[in-house]
Design a protein around this ligand. Structure first.
Ligand code: SF4
Length: 422
C-alpha cells in the first residue's frame, strides 16, 4: 500500500529568523504503520508539493492550526481524484469536527497500535469518518523509534549546518497552564517512556544535536535524574523545554549534553532572574519564550519586560502574541466573555492579535510585539545570537571529540569550520 504523507506549509512567525526543523509528528506516526505500507513523505515547508501522483491513501499530518487552510486545499485536490485522505496530528485532534468535514477520516489521539485496524478498514471499503482515541492513550511502551528515514534530511539545515533532530522521552503533562492544549491532547498525567527505549532511539540518531521536545522534563525528579545519567555516555548535545530548577539535576543535565533550554518568562521577578542565572551558572543557555498580551500586562509592562530580558543576558528570545488555541483553558475563558475576535486559522501564527486584550488595544498589542522583537535584537541580531549559540555547542563538541565538521567546498579550496574557528 502506498501512502503519501504530507506536512502542509504555514506562514512562519513574523520577525523570526527563518529555518525549518525536521518535523516530529510525521516520523513518529510513520513508525506506527504496518510494514506493508510504503510511505512517501513530503514536507511542504521545504519542498514543493505537486499533486500529480496516485497513492492508495493520503495522510495529512497537521500539527498547527495555521496549517489547516492549506491541509483542506490539499485534501480537496486528492479527494477530487478519488484518493482517500486521512488526517491526524495535534491540530486534527484539536479541530476534529471541522477537519472531518474536509477529509474522509480523522484520527483523534495517538496512533501506536491502532493503524493496522484503520488500514484494514480502508482496504475493506469500511473506513470510518472518525477514529477517536483521545481518552484512551496507548501504553507508552508501544512508542517506538521514529522513522527519520522518511525525511529528506538535507533540506533541514541552517547556513549549511544540519539542524537538530527532534525526539521525545515522554508524553502528557501534569501542569495545566492557561494557554496550553497539552492537557487536552496528551492527558494531565506524566507518561515517561521506558529509559532504555529512549536511549536506544537516541543512539540510532546520526545527528549529534537534538531537540528533546517533551513538554517539560521537570515533572519527575527521579526519572529526570535517571534519564540524564543514561544519556551521558552518548555525548549528544540537546535543546529542551524546562529542566528542574535544582543544582543536582542541572549539573547532570549539562553532563548529559544540555545545550540550551526554552524557558517561559512570565514576569520580571527575582524568581525568573534566579532561574535564568542558575541555567547560566551550569553552562546551559536560555531561549526565553515570552507571551505578550496577557491580562496582567500593559504596554509599559511589555517594555519593562524587554529591558529585563536584556539585563539578565538572555541569549535568545521568542516573543509571541497570546493566541487562544482550541481546547486551551484561555480560549474557554475568552469565549465566555466575548473576547474572541477571529477564527481564521491562518492568523493563528502567534504574531497576530485574534482576541480583545484587556489593558491595551489590539493595535497597541500588535505594535508591542514588533517593539519587543526589534528592541531585544537591536544590538545583536537574532542571526548573530543563533551563530553564537552554534559556536558554543561546537566548542563543546570539539572538547569531547564529537564534532563533525561541515565542509565548505568551492573550485579552489576546501576548509572545514573546525579550521575556520581555530
Ligand atoms: S505549557 Fe508546558 S508545562 Fe504548561 S501545561 Fe503546557 S506543556 Fe505543561
Amino acid at each position: 500500500m502506498k501512502m503519501k504523507l504530507i506536512y502542509p506549509t504555514w506562514r512562519k512567525l513574523e520577525r523570526q529568523t527563518p529555518f525549518n526543523l525536521p518535523p516530529h509528528g510525521p516520523v513518529v506516526f510513520a513508525a506506527t504503520l504496518p510494514d506493508y505500507v510504503d510511505v512517501d513523505f513530503l514536507d511542504e515547508n521545504v519542498e514543493e508539493l505537486v499533486i500529480d501522483d496516485s497513492p492508495d491513501v493520503v495522510g495529512l499530518s497537521i500539527m498547527l492550526s495555521a496549517q489547516l487552510p492549506r491541509a483542506y486545499a490539499i485534501a480537496g485536490a486528492y479527494r477530487d481524484m478519488g484518493i482517500p485522505v486521512i488526517a491526524g496530528g495535534i491540530s486534527s485532534t484539536l479541530h476534529a469536527d471541522e477537519v472531518s468535514r474536509h477529509v474522509d477520516s480523522v484520527f483523534i489521539g495517538e496512533t501506536e497500535g491502532r493503524m493496522e485496524a484503520v488500514l484494514n478498514d480502508l482496504k475493506n471499503g469500511q473506513l470510518k469518518s472518525r477514529y477517536d482515541y483521545l481518552k484512551n492513550h496507548p501504553p507508552i511502551e508501544l512508542v517506538g523509534t521514529a522513522r527519520r528515514d522518511i525525511l529528506n534530511r538535507e533540506k533541514y539545515t541552517y547556513r549549511g549546518m544540519p539542524l537538530v533532530d527532534l525526539v521525545h522521552a515522554s508524553r502528557g503533562c501534569r501542569f495545566n497552564c492557561f494557554p496550553c492544549c497539552t492537557g487536552y491532547l496528551g492527558g494531565k498525567v506524566f507518561r515517561p517512556r521506558p529509559i532504555d527505549k529512549v536511549i536506544e532511539e537516541l543512539s540510532q540518531i546520526e545527528n549529534n544535536r537534538l531537540f528533546i521536545v517533551d513538554n517539560s522534563l521537570a515533572q519527575n525528579d527521579a526519572w529526570e535524574e535517571e534519564l540524564f545519567k543514561a544519556m551521558i555516555p552518548l555525548k549528544k548535545k540537546w535543546v529542551s523545554h524546562p529542566i528542574k530548577n535544582n543544582d543536582k539535576l542541572l549539573k547532570l543535565a549539562y553532563e548529559a549534553g544540555a545545550w540550551y533550554v526554552y524557558q517561559a518568562i512570565v514576569d520580571t521577578s527575582d524568581v525568573i532572574r534566579d532561574r535564568v542565572k542558575r541555567y547560566h551558572d551550569h553552562g546551559i543557555g536560555v531561549e526565553g519564550t515570552i507571551i505578550l498580551g496577557t491580562d496582567d500586562q500593559t504596554v509599559d509592562d511589555i517594555k519593562r519586560m524587554v529591558d529585563f530580558l536584556l539585563e539578565i543576558n538572555l541569549e535568545l528570545a521568542e516573543f509571541t502574541i497570546l493566541t487562544p488555541f482550541m481546547q486551551s483553558p484561555i480560549r474557554n475563558s475568552f469565549a465566555k466573555n466575548g473576547r474572541l475576535l477571529k477564527n481564521g486559522w491562518e492568523d493563528y501564527t502567534c504574531d497576530r492579535v485574534v482576541f480583545q486584550p484587556k489593558q491595551m488595544t489590539q493595535e497597541e498589542l500588535q505594535q508591542s510585539f514588533y517593539y519587543a522583537w526589534d528592541t531585544f535584537y537591536k544590538e545583536k541580531s537574532q542571526e548573530v545570537q543563533m551563530g553564537n549559540m552554534f559556536m558554543k555547542v561546537i566548542r563543546r563538541e570539539i572538547a569531547d571529540d564529537t564534532y563533525k565538521p561541515v565542509t565548505i567546498n568551492n573550485d579552489r579550496r576546501s576548509i572545514t569550520n573546525r579550521q575556520a574557528i581555530g
